[in-house]
Design a protein around this ligand. Sequence first.
Ligand SMILES: [Zn+2]
Length: 315
Amino acid sequence: MNFPILRYTSLLMNSITTLDDLWMGRPRSIAVGLLESDGHHAIVDPGPGSTLDTLHQQLRARGLGVGDLDAMLLTHIHLDHAGATGALVRENPRLAVYVHKNGAPHVIDPSKLLASAERLWPNELQRLFGEALPVPAENLRILEGGENLKLGSRKVEVVYTPGHASHHVSYFDKTEGVAFVGDTAGVHIEGNSFVMPATPPPDIDLGIWDTSFAAILERKPTRLFLTHFGYSDNPSEHILLFRERLHRWAALTAEILRRAASDSAAMDSFMSATYAEISEHLPAGEAEHYAFSAGLNLSFLGLARYLRKRATAAS
Ligand SMILES: [Zn+2]
């Protein structure tokens, strides 16, 4: 007699919730996915260490604490996505941390990651990202892509999606058709239609990126979940628009590098050209928010580095 109630309860137990890390006091910049299924609680990309208090509050508002979490699914190890992981594991040592094998050494020992971040944001790391504590190796579940995870009754397929980073994976939720793509599909702030690239150093790769788009679309997701920020409801159109702009910005960077007198002049040209393009599509406040969330200056540095590396390899 209780079956209908039980079924209803178990349906209720399956949910995906967007938590807003309110990074740097900004709503809709860093989205954390909370996946609940039959008492299992997983988080996709907890965000940076600087947003730990917010994450605690967001969990508390849903009757949860860090001690209730079972798993962290990291799309990649950049500080804005995974910086808080070590602190969360310290608080809850039974947390399983899923990460691609190429990223794993840098969550166990973040010193190289922090040194390269320090070069990109001199004297700003603490303010932007807070602390990034090491994660004990025994907490890690090393991924290569192709794994099938069972999180409660939820089935999640791990898909290797390099391009933004060589260690990037996406998580395809087979139960609800949602693809958690991290930064593989760029930046798209929920509520807008504009999609823009985020191409920071050191290892973006536009060639490999195309295979990742194909891998995502092949699975026919009904929605994408982006770290910056939230859902995008038309995956094929989204990826088409993103890919077009990504390649166009790479061509723009190549053109600018050919003409510019110096690297800083090149960056200025890139910033003003892309900012003008963003502003054509978005109101002023939103344009600034996109540029901040994607790190527009870093996108130039990443593209310039990629193009130079390719030119060196070809010569
Ligand atoms: Zn990011």
